[in-house]
Design a protein. Structure first.
Length: 66
């Protein structure tokens, strides 16, 4: 997960020399995060539902997803 607020900025999180880094969150937190985004006026609900299905399937099998 990355947060890129401004196009010419590295976003968050960053590492050495202000280089962009990725933040990996557990599937359990990902489900809650994606669910909270559903219904947001700028959200692509169809894409979120697809991601949510993948996350729930991964959670049911105990595997990680990318």
């Amino acid at each position: 997960m990355r947060w890129d607020y401004l196009p010419k900025e590295p976003g968050f999180p960053t590492g050495f020399n202000n280089c962009p880094r990725w933040l990996v969150i557990p599937v359990e937190l990902s489900v809650a995060f994606v669910t909270a985004l559903l219904g947001n006026e700028s959200a692509d609900n169809n894409a979120l539902l697809q991601v949510l299905e993948e996350l729930l399937a991964a959670q049911a099998t105990g595997s990680e997803t990318t």
